[in-house]
Design a protein around this ligand. Structure first.
Ligand SMILES: *[C@@H]1O[C@H](CO)[C@@H](O)[C@H](O)[C@H]1NC(C)=O
Ligand SMILES: *[C@@H]1O[C@H](CO)[C@@H](O)[C@H](O)[C@H]1NC(C)=O
Ligand SMILES: *[C@@H]1O[C@H](CO)[C@@H](O)[C@H](O)[C@H]1NC(C)=O
Length: 384
């Protein structure tokens, strides 16, 4: 029984988490459940347009864009062009609707990851620098402010990822992101394009906007890598900071901030370490894992009031089948027979009922209240 108690404590039912997680009100999904991921991501975009600094999720409503050299022809001949975008800010990502998410399975490297979405209006504002020569004699040397509006902007991102382990946790590392973009219209305004001639500035802007499709086709190869850095910049840090499995903490709604399908158990020792006489043994279990917590039904919650320390907190629940797998080593002597064995152990607990009594403390960090379990007293019942 003590061993089972240990097992439950290692469920780590504490809310004051050591690692960063997404806010609890964002619905948690199963691995690879694209429909759920779409809903959760959209909820995240709607509810947190300014990002979530705690998990390095940057704001969506104002996205700084790195300076970008869009055209750099070699400066020879009768027509060449140099065009650079500077100090650009991207507006409108907060209005993104994610339409489809594929992949993100338990093993995220096993299948293709795709994210599709649309944005009614994506705006780029900043400065530009243009130089060039048109028709052998018109020299351009201008700079000013620019604004681009991309209307009904639809994107598909294909990601290639690998897993990196840090502190025994899996982190997703994106090593390739390929964007695919379609839009209904591109409206651009370059201020001050001909500093001495406002009419000509208007004319060139009109020329551009009438022929935006040609410009888009011409410039798309240079713009796609720009969008690549923008999209990557938005999600890279999240994956860098939040362990992949913590993005999927399904389970107990209030406490379910950890993935509970597989619960790693701390190595466990039972020492009875008197090496004289007929009985002594050392028993050590390691690489222990539990399966079946995902099928937990919580039957009762008590406590968890506004002041959670004011009353006893209790959680009751049942698990139809809890499987505990791991390796063990035993050395010892039982009735003069020496044992020295190791192997794998599987325990199967059926209709496993638990009653947890918790004593909790409140900890303040950054002016927020965190719950810390300082005592957990489990009672267990099983059929078999
Ligand atoms: C533009 O290209 C030329 C070579 O064609 C290169 O020397 C120059 O550094 C480039 N400009 C920038 C700003 O990268
Ligand atoms: C995003 O949507 C809001 C609400 O509809 C709107 O006010 C805002 O202008 C939109 N952002 C952009 C950049 O179009
Ligand atoms: C949890 O429930 C699912 C669906 O009923 C089942 O396939 C799975 O084997 C269960 N897990 C365990 C460890 O019994």
């Amino acid at each position: 029984m003590r061993y089972l108690a240990y097992l439950l404590i290692s469920l780590q039912l504490y809310v004051g988490l050591q690692c960063q997680t997404l806010p609890a009100e964002i619905k948690k999904c199963h691995y690879g459940d694209g429909k759920c991921l779409v809903e959760s991501t959209n909820a995240l975009l709607r509810n947190y347009p300014k990002g979530i600094p705690e998990v390095s999720l940057k704001p969506f409503n104002v996205v700084p864009v790195r300076d970008w050299l869009l055209v750099n022809d070699s400066q020879v001949g009768g027509a060449w062009y140099f065009f650079e975008l500077l100090n650009q800010i991207n507006y409108g990502f907060e209005n993104t609707t994610i339409t489809e998410i594929l992949g993100f399975d338990r093993d995220p490297t096993s299948s293709k990851i795709e994210i599709h979405g649309k944005i009614p209006r994506l705006v780029y504002k900043g400065d530009y620098l243009a130089k060039g020569r048109m028709l052998w004699f018109v020299d351009i040397n201008s700079h000013g402010t620019s604004e681009s509006d991309f209307l009904n902007f639809r994107f598909g991102l294909t990601l290639k990822v690998r897993i990196e382990y840090r502190n025994n946790k899996r982190y997703l590392k994106i090593y390739q992101l390929v964007p695919n973009i379609r839009l209904d219209r591109w409206i651009m305004w370059l201020d001050n394009f001909f500093p001495d001639n406002y009419d000509l500035t208007i004319a060139i802007n009109n020329l551009f906007n009438r022929n935006w499709v040609e410009f888009w086709n011409e410039l798309e190869p240079g713009i796609l890598p720009l969008f690549e850095t923008v999209f990557l910049g938005m999600i890279e840090d999240l994956f860098e900071k939040v362990p992949y499995d913590d993005l999927y903490p399904k389970g107990i709604p209030v406490l379910g901030l950890k993935p509970i399908e597989i619960v790693d158990i701390k190595d466990f020792k039972i020492w009875k370490d008197v090496d004289i006489g007929a009985v002594w043994f050392k028993f050590r279990m390691y690489d222990q894992q539990n399966y079946g917590f995902e099928n937990t039904t919580i039957t009762e919650f008590k406590g968890f009031g506004r002041d959670p320390t004011s009353s006893l907190v209790e959680i009751h629940g049942e698990i139809p089948r809890l499987v505990h797998k791991g390796k063990y080593v035993v050395n010892g002597k039982i009735l003069f027979i020496e044992t020295n064995s190791m192997g794998e152990s599987v325990s199967d607990f059926q209709n496993f009922k638990f009653f947890l009594k918790l004593k909790v403390l409140i900890e303040y960090r950054n002016n927020k209240r965190y719950l810390r379990v300082h005592q957990l007293e489990p009672r267990l019942k099983l059929d078999r």
